[in-house]
Write a protein that binds this ligand. Structure first.
Ligand code: URA
Ligand code: SF4
Length: 263
């Protein structure tokens, strides 16, 4: 049997890490014999989370879309679908000029993480700090991603983190359709080599690209989709969470689903 209070503590700690609202427990929640006057007198009882018990997740969400992109042509001499390792992909990305995004980049950002990662996180494209450093998710959104991963007990060093497009779009605009199409073989080969247990698609671009759909992020959330048979969980992009903290709570629900699929 789990200790309810331990679960509640873990839940609150995770909420804190994700920047959730402070939860003030009323006096009525304290155990008999606790110090009188220790509760804040004016506090109104705040339900932890309506309808959800701490630390406990009900059944997995229903199945969603399933996408199986066609495999590479055995007889073509395109090096990308045949790249033997993640390092080879990274080298090909670094010298890639297949779309206009190569013009403005300082560094291409192939992605990083261990070859045996069980979780692959896919974002949209490099931002300014990523373009400066050549590393994915190291700016403000990356710091939030690191916290989100820590909250599900996954140090980011154990996760492979990459993006749909590997070069920064000017002024962080959305990547255009032809840019995504040009870059997609890299992502497909990365996933093929990594064979992760779960893919976490962060934001509409990642979700729609991986699942080959135009459906909105809102309608893609809370489903277990598949990419080449690998479960795909869709959630908000950390940069969107920085603008709209109300989405932290649903994001937390989503990453817990990913966590459960990993366990
Ligand atoms: N946003 C992304 O989508 N990817 C990054 O690497 C950084 C910010
Ligand atoms: Fe090549 Fe992708 Fe960079 Fe375009 S975004 S230049 S396809 S690596």
């Amino acid at each position: 049997m789990s200790d309810g209070r331990a679960l509640a503590r873990e839940f609150l700690e995770q909420q804190r890490m994700l920047g959730g609202e402070p939860v003030i427990l009323s006096d009525t929640a304290s155990t008999p014999g606790s110090r009188p006057g220790s509760a804040r007198p004016s506090a109104t009882p705040t339900p932890l989370t309506p309808g959800v018990s701490p630390g406990k997740v009900s059944a997995l969400p229903p199945a969603g879309l399933s996408y199986d992109p066609p495999g590479g042509d055995l007889f073509s001499n395109d090096p990308v679908p045949q790249a033997a390792s993640l390092e080879v992909i990274a080298r090909l990305v670094t010298s890639c000029t297949k779309c206009r995004l190569c013009d403005g980049r300082r560094h291409a950002v192939p992605g990083e993480g261990p070859g045996d990662a069980r979780l692959v996180v896919v974002g949209e494209g490099p931002g300014r700090v990523e373009d400066d450093t050549g590393r994915p998710f190291v700016g403000p959104a990356g710091e939030l991603l690191t916290k989100i991963l820590a909250a599900i007990e996954l140090p980011r060093e154990r996760v492979f983190i990459c993006n749909v497009v590997k070069c920064r779009p000017p002024e962080n605009r959305l990547p255009q359709y032809d840019e995504i199409a040009a870059c997609l073989p890299y992502l497909h080969r990365q996933v093929e080599l990594l064979k992760p247990k779960v893919i976490l698609a962060m934001g509409g671009t990642a979700a729609q690209t991986l699942l080959d759909t135009k459906q909105s992020l809102g309608s893609l959330r809370n489903r277990v989709h598949r990419f080449r048979g690998i479960p795909v969980i869709v959630t908000y992009h950390p940069a969107a969470l920085l603008r709209n903290p109300n989405w932290k709570r649903p994001t937390w629900d989503d990453v817990r689903i990913a966590r459960r699929l990993l366990d």
